[in-house]
Design a protein around this ligand. Structure first.
Ligand code: CP3
Length: 345
């Protein structure tokens, strides 16, 4: 059974309610900064094996909730599950390694046939987690956005300059668009299936939204997001969607107002006063503590946290980081942050 909106502070905030004390969760809250995660990770040969083992994936999803009692759990999976589901070879060594997609023929070899079956372990993980979670704790399903996932599919790894994917998008936009269109379809299916398996809310991670010039950002970030949100809202109108277009700068406002998302996750560099006026007046916002501030801890963490909570006190707000938690984060700092958020606000 899904969390009831009335009992979940996380879902109430996403629905637009202004709460005296903000709910919180942390992007990438399951992961290497936790010794119990590293122990489970060491028991399987590869990272993908962990993502595709529902019992283990459910266990690591629950680990941060047990320690820190966040208001939401995020299913343990990865944004590169979509290329895996489409039949692209995906592996994780130091970072992700994919067999690059560079031509129309490469796109032609990707297939939606068998997509849902290949991703079935993710849906089973969600069912296991939902059954183990209290009704007060939300469960988040997620996907990468088409542009961000395409950067990995085309570059074959985490890129510094995005030369291959930009060259394709800028010289043969129509051909590249067919990859984006395929990803819109796959992403919508994946999100709808996660909602069906028990996700109470969905987040779209657009880690590399900020590397495109405006016209291309509108075409390859905002438009595909709008298409996915429309598809998902059609199938599951009651499941809120959070968008995280990292680095989008002044375009954050148009993203928030034009794509149909229910909430926007702010990266660390977005000014709080600006976001409160321009975005939070219309949509729930989430964010945006610098992950390095969480590593630093102490007075800086306290001051930054209170500044963010005070700055977003007048509208719907979910406390989070501005990007994923770093592996070197001391777990005691996360415990201290959780205490601070319960005592203040
Ligand atoms: O938030 C959570 O706790 C749920 C799990 C989650 C993971 N990845 C697990 C993971 C989520 C939500 C993601 C999202 C993700 N994956 C993003 C978007 C968010 C962001 O941080 O920008 C991106 C770009 C990826 C792709 C990816 N996965 C990369 C580039 C890497 C290697 C670099 C790194 O952070 O390690 C991964 C691997 C990965 N995904 C790990 C985890 C816990 C570490 C691998 C390991 O434990 O061996």
């Amino acid at each position: 059974m899904q969390a009831r909106r009335s009992e979940s502070r996380f879902l109430r905030a996403l629905a637009g309610e202004v709460l005296a004390r903000p709910p919180f969760w942390l992007m990438r809250q399951a992961g290497r900064y936790l010794p119990e995660y590293r122990a489970v990770r060491a028991s399987v040969p590869g990272f993908l094996d962990l993502c595709l083992s529902p019992k283990l994936a459910a266990e690591v999803t629950l680990q941060p909730i047990r320690r820190f009692d966040m208001d939401a759990a995020i299913v343990f999976s990865d944004i590169l599950m979509i290329p895996h589901g489409l039949g692209q070879l995906v592996a994780f060594r130091e970072g992700p390694v994919l067999e690059p997609v560079r031509t129309a023929a490469d796109i032609g070899r990707l297939t939606l046939a068998g997509f849902s079956q290949r991703l079935e372990p993710v849906y089973e993980t969600l069912r296991l987690v939902r059954a183990a979670l209290p009704m007060t704790c939300g469960l988040i399903g997620f996907a990468g956005s088409p542009w961000t996932v395409a950067t990995y599919m085309v570059e074959g790894k985490t890129s510094r300059d995005f030369a291959a994917v930009k060259s394709w998008a800028f010289t043969n936009g129509q051909e590249f668009q067919s990859l984006i269109d395929l990803l819109v379809e796959a992403t919508a299916r994946h999100l709808i299936a996660q909602a069906g398996a028990g996700a109470d809310a969905l987040q779209l991670f657009d880690t590399w939204a900020g590397v495109l010039p405006e016209s291309f950002a509108r075409r390859f970030v905002l438009a595909p997001t709008r298409a996915i949100v429309a598809r998902v809202k059609d199938a599951c109108p009651d499941v809120p969607i959070i968008g995280f277009p990292r680095g989008l700068g002044a375009l954050y406002r148009d993203y928030a107002l034009e794509t149909g998302v229910d909430a926007v996750s702010l990266d660390t560099s977005v000014p709080i006063g600006w976001a409160a006026r321009e975005i939070q007046a219309h949509r729930c916002v989430q964010g945006n503590l610098d992950p390095q501030v969480l590593v630093a801890g102490g007075e800086t963490m306290r001051n930054e946290t209170l500044r963010i909570v005070a700055g977003f006190a007048d509208g719907p707000f979910v406390f989070n980081l501005g990007h994923g938690i770093l592996p070197e984060t001391p777990p005691e700092h996360v415990a201290e942050l959780a205490r601070l958020l319960r005592e203040n606000g």
